[in-house]
Design a protein around this ligand. Structure first.
Ligand code: R5P
Length: 293
């Protein structure tokens, strides 16, 4: 299918830009990217883009700030050359801080939104933003597409599940777990999580559940330090779960975290490819492509 969009490959597009261009039969723009010896990015864009609609793909996985700057640089140049730019940001960093949880904290997603706007970005398309409140803080159109049904399909086709149950470790993921369970044709459980805002320590309220012989699939938007998954898994194992499979959209997985997660009793981790990792098995390109069709 042809489109009137061009696709631009940001340096951290993670292959998604190539797939998007292929799916849409769109021209792919690439850039010359070099680095000064101190790590600063230098980007050259020599394409003629006046009046073109461009979907600029750049995921903001770690190093987040570097990838953010690269996105701003390219968007700035494309806008300056007269293009109309959408930012396609599969993983939108800085979206967790969508309110002042403790007095004086920076609402980072609001600051990032202002930067996007300043370099001429007209719209944002992302995958499973941390919370819809984050989108509400942006002063331009923004859309968060969901990878959850695709992830649930992947789990159903690749695992032989025994009487599965989908599990959300916190109320914030309840919509996600419901969508997941719908595809898996299973029931689901939503737990109440508390995170100490000073220490980061996670506690999850217990429930009266019997999961004997059942496979539990934890559904979350991201895994970072792994504290949430470890606590959730300990409870699921206590309730008798046969296997614990963890699915997350954004596998941020700091160093040593997968080991910690497996040690707690998790059998598998399955993530999407918004963040590269050995667990990033579900491709989000078709989801983004359908947005542009
Ligand atoms: C939090 O509200 C998110 O949905 C995830 O549960 C959280 O980002 C996971 O973080 P961690 O792996 O550090 O516990």
């Amino acid at each position: 299918m042809t489109t009137n969009w061009l696709v631009a490959a940001g340096p951290a597009s993670n292959g998604i830009s190539h797939e998007l261009a292929r799916n849409l039969d769109a021209k792919l723009l690439e850039f010359e990217i070099t680095e000064y010896s101190d790590g600063e990015s230098k980007i050259r864009c020599s394409h003629k883009v006046r009046d073109q609609n461009i979907a600029l793909v750049q995921s903001l996985y770690p190093p987040q700030s570097k990838h953010l700057m690269q996105l701003l640089f390219v968007a700035h140049k494309l806008s300056e050359e007269g293009a109309k730019v959408d930012a396609v940001v599969p993983y939108l960093a800085y979206a967790r801080q969508d309110k002042e949880f403790l007095r004086g904290e920076v609402v980072s997603i609001a600051a990032v939104g202002k930067l996007f706007r300043a370099v001429g970005i007209r719209r944002l398309i992302t995958i499973n933003i941390h919370s819809p409140e984050g989108l509400g803080l942006l002063s331009f159109p923004s859309y968060s597409c969901s990878a959850i049904p695709t992830m649930a399909e992947y789990i159903c086709s690749n695992f032989h599940l025994s009487n599965p149950i989908a599990v959300s470790p916190d109320f914030g993921s309840s919509e996600r777990v419901e969508a997941f369970a719908q595809v898996m044709k299973s029931d689901y459980a939503v737990f109440k999580k508390h995170r100490d805002r000073h220490t980061g320590a996670v506690t999850i309220e217990e429930q009266n559940l019997n999961l004997s012989g059942r496979d539990a699939i934890i559904v979350d938007d991201s895994i970072s330090g792994g504290g949430t998954i470890v606590k959730m898994t300990e409870l699921l194992k206590k309730y008798g779960a046969r296997r614990v499979i963890v699915t997350c959209v954004h596998a941020l997985l700091a160093a040593g975290v997968p080991e910690k997660i497996f040690k707690s009793g998790v059998d598998e981790i399955v993530a999407s490819n918004t963040v590269p990792s050995k667990y990033s098995k579900v491709d989000v390109s078709p989801i983004i492509s359908s947005y542009y069709r």
